[in-house]
Write a protein that binds this ligand. Structure first.
Ligand SMILES: Cc1ncc(COP(=O)(O)O)c(C=O)c1O
Length: 286
């Protein structure tokens, strides 16, 4: 099954008074995250370009979700996958990657160290790197997929005033900004980021010395940094008031959306990257 066509639902209880907040639930994708979309696009593009002859492994550096999406697309196409990820990634992510048949390489340090290691493997001739940080198919999956679905499903007469995306590789925010600004030229794009000293899985800060080449931050109108504690508190509020078990970056996104709607009013759409299942071995669930 091809990723996409995830539901757009209204968060009636968490929207500040007089505002409307819609959330696109990206955990309805085949492996449970937004990253199924770029994984599918990048794999098929490389295959069509002849960069992945049968048996040549995909090598990728990922905090988890892209790897899981790639492992699945590789598995159903009978293709090997080598995934480099930080050693401290949650066990659920590692178990899922193994379940989808990927070979795991656990790297000391953070996502930037995983990227460096994957590059070394490719330089040593171990396989082909799709490199989500620099692959134009990463934002393209959103420009020609996610954003078209939002424009199609947007239920109000008036266009959405605000779009909220997490910033990680920049694929989501870049592709959706392009597509949504085309469909709704007055929309304001909000980048939701971690603090450098308080990381949240999958997210990045514009202060990070490494800024992914695929990210076009000139499309961003406002920037919000969220503490992990506030993101987790919002995960619990989403569960209590809307009945969904969202992941930590989704908590950060809804926190920023609430703060922004409190300031500006209006209508908003938030892209929620994944659900909470993969985080059950971390705070506050243990
Ligand atoms: C849980 C989670 N949130 C947010 C993001 C950021 O999305 P993007 O890489 O498209 O910027 C990712 C990306 O891997 C993610 O896994």
């Amino acid at each position: 099954m091809q990723p996409g066509n995830t539901p757009l639902v209204e968060f009636r209880n968490l929207a500040p008074d007089g505002t409307k907040l819609f959330a696109k639930l990206e955990w309805y994708n085949p492996t449970g995250s937004i990253k199924d979309r770029p994984a599918w696009y990048m794999f098929h593009d490389a295959k069509e370009a002849g960069l992945l002859p049968d048996g040549k492994p995909i090598v990728e550096a990922t905090s988890g979700n892209t790897g899981i999406g790639l492992a699945r697309v590789a598995l159903i196409n009978k293709h090997p996958a080598i995934i480099c990820l930080p050693k401290n990634s949650t066990n659920e992510r590692k178990q899922l990657l193994r379940a989808y048949g990927a070979q795991l390489v656990e790297v000391d340090g953070g996502p930037n160290d995983a990227i460096a290691h994957a590059k070394e493997l490719v330089a040593a001739g171990e396989g082909h790197m799709l490199y989500q940080y620099g692959n134009p198919q990463n934002p393209a999956a959103h420009e020609f997929g996610t954003s078209l679905e939002i424009a199609r499903d947007w239920p109000l007469e008036t266009p959405p005033g605000h779009l909220f995306c997490a910033y990680g590789t920049g694929g989501t925010i870049t592709g959706n900004s392009r597509g949504m600004k085309r469909a709704f030229p007055s929309i304001k794009v909000h980048s939701v980021e971690e603090y450098m000293d308080d990381p949240i899985g999958g997210m990045r800060s514009q202060e990070d010395p490494f800024q992914p080449p695929v990210a076009d931050l000139s499309l961003v109108d406002a920037r919000w940094q969220v503490r992990k504690d506030s993101a987790i508190k919002m995960v619990e509020e989403i569960m209590t008031h809307e009945g969904y078990f969202a992941g930590t970056s989704s908590g950060a996104i809804i926190k920023a959306a609430q703060d922004a709607l409190n300031q500006h009013g209006g209508t908003a759409v938030a892209l929620l990257p994944d659900a909470g299942w993969k985080y059950l071995s971390g705070a506050p669930w243990v």
